[in-house]
Design a binder for this molecule. Sequence first.
Ligand SMILES: Nc1ncnc2c1ncn2[C@@H]1O[C@H](COP(=O)(O)OP(=O)(O)OP(=O)(O)O)[C@@H](O)[C@H]1O
Length: 349
Amino acid sequence: MTSQDILRRNSGVEIVGESLATRALLKSVSRVAKFNSTVLITGGSGTGKELVARQIHAKSPRTGELFVPVDCASMTGELMASQLFGHVKGAFTSADQGSLGCFRAADQGTIFLDEIGELPLPLQAKLLRVIQERAVVPVGSHQAIPVDVRILAATNRDLKQEMLAGRFREDLYYRLSVIKIRTTPLSERSEDILILAPQFLAELEAEGHPRQQLNRAAMELLQSYDWPGNVRELKNVIEQAAVESEGEWITEEVVMSVLANSVGERVELGNPRVPAEEHSVRSSHLLDSSVRLDYSAPNETWPCLAELERLHIAHTLKHTYQNKSAAARLLGISRQALLRKLAKLGIPG
Ligand SMILES: Nc1ncnc2c1ncn2[C@@H]1O[C@H](COP(=O)(O)OP(=O)(O)OP(=O)(O)O)[C@@H](O)[C@H]1O
């Protein structure tokens, strides 16, 4: 399949993937799209919750009308109510004009309340009234204005937990979660990467980037990584690897160095090259990493330099899937020098 075919097949913002989880997701999207019910979309960051919301709108009878995304986490202070429900002229000091607010802007269409778990309690009460009465009362007014809006909401928080902690209203939760859709972490549907990665390369090509492909080992590496940032992180890694590759083929070495750097951004100070365990490449060859350094006083467990070097090299090889060129690059030495050290330290080459 050419990249043009890939793009044609996935034209627009489409949910891409053929894993069981993604097929089930697509079915749910098609099923709920035709109704007017409120939908709560839950799942980790970057798993495609907004994309799901856009698809529901695109497949719904409201498709010709506006889709209005609202990031509840970025709204602050007094202006929040006005951003959502609008205000009348003179409602507050800077209100020299009236404003529609997101709900009325989305009239006849769909509003997408992203990060709904971040909405402060007073606004949760107001939102509940809008849902119940299908009308908004702009700030500074007493008049309810009817709105016909489909409400979709998303969160990566556990709203039930938030409810128990008293941070989220129970009545609002049940109103919002009439239908629930859950997005799956990318690491649990790694077969989707076989389709997502070429899709992202085709998108880059459409933007004028030279045509590129991932070699088999690079693809295997992508499928074995645990993707804490999910599809968003995959998209970024593909773009970086494409930029850093000169020819048509993107190799596992380039992917490994991009992954090592993206992992490296999240590590603790003082140990900049060792990835945090929860973000590491999933590997069946786990090392014994139980060495604890204690510099309080020299004793019989004081590790010798060769032992530290051996461990550091072994960890690096683990994270490069035993790829010696990539490991040498991470260690800042030549491949030849690494091979010599492996032989000297007794690490199988
Ligand atoms: N199945 C998919 N097919 C194609 N692109 C996808 C898919 N899932 C996610 N993406 C892309 O990944 C990026 C992140 O997706 P999106 O913003 O929908 O995630 P999210 O779960 O809403 O993230 P957040 O919780 O951080 O807001 C977007 O560029 C989106 O287009």
